[in-house]
Design a protein around this ligand. Sequence first.
Ligand code: NAD
Ligand code: TYD
Length: 340
Amino acid sequence: MAILITGGAGFIGSHFVRRMVKHSHVVVLDKLTYAGNLENLRDIREDRELSGYFKFYKGDICNQELVDHVMSTEKIDVIVNFAAETHVDRSILSAGTFIDTDIKGVFVLLEASRRYTIKKFIQISTDEVYGTAFHDAFKETDSLNPSNPYAASKAGGDRLAFAYWNTYKLPIIITRASNNYGPYQHPEKFIPLFITNAIEGLKLPLYGDGRQERDWIHVEDHCAAIDFIIENGKEGEVYNIGGGNEKQNIDTALFILSVLAKDKGMIESVKDREGHDRRYALDCTKLKSLGWKPQIDFEEGLRDTIKWYEENEQWWKQIKNGEFMKYYEIQYNHRFAGKN
Ligand code: NAD
Ligand code: TYD
């Protein structure tokens, strides 16, 4: 099987590549934006045996010519589209690239899938398309209410993919996962930012009252679910993928500090995110009834993740010392100044 993994140099994509390359011919198409990092795939590229089953194309999923070239050259059977602009706070600063990649990019991949025969197309969507869970955890049939530019653009890609199943009968499946954590996550995101700031002795900027809730899933559990869905999922369907670990941000921050034996005074309550979704929660009965369930305990997974960041300082310091410093200033200086 030849599988095209777009965004395969990012956080989740690189874990998925590592999993699939053991039994499939893996082709990665990645633009290598600030979030893409070939270091995430170094072990595979340097493994004599595995590298034979792996091919990398640097490029944009919005580039129709390039996508056509990859599809025809590599004779792709399955597409898993991870490529996206993914950080909510960046989408609030500037939404343009989110519209391009998360909507137009999906369109280009879907159109290419009409021209070349594919067996499956997995569109990686997100729980954020549902908006805040005020009451029960969301089921796949609940209406979408995306509330920030990232979530809205992902909802666009999600529904466009569905439309191509409904209209053209392309073999499409849509997944909506909850918040991922694990090794190789870019330090702009909450968990790695808090781990690395704590290691560096910097303040941990907790938005608002810190009582917002997120359902955390280990990235390996998420990748196992996608693999399972390729085999067992039904075309035209949506599957929620949650870890079943609903935590308030303040509690996650305190846990990180306790594992690192750091003072809880490092947490600083800062100006809240604009339009901040209060709670994400998923009902995963549909996927569980097919036989999947998450395996990794949250505290154990988070301890291992913290250890990984302790042991891989070079990986994240390279990121934090680059473009990120400027971003951090723009994103956080005013937050620290305008405390709650
Ligand atoms: P990430 O930001 O770590 O990686 C995104 C990757 O996509 C990068 O390698 C980047 O270079 C690449 N990319 C961006 N624009 C591109 C373009 N136009 N063409 C080709 N490549 C491009 O993201 P992630 O956290 O690994 O998320 C992967 C997917 O999973 C995304 O679709 C995201 O919406 C979804 N998702 C993420 C989470 C989470 O908690 N991280 C939860 C649910 C769903
Ligand atoms: P994030 O990792 O950006 O994921 P998402 O917003 O997509 O769920 O943030 C997770 C939670 O952590 C969210 O409620 C916002 C909060 N947060 C902070 O409190 N401080 C921060 O510096 C960041 C990046 C996030």
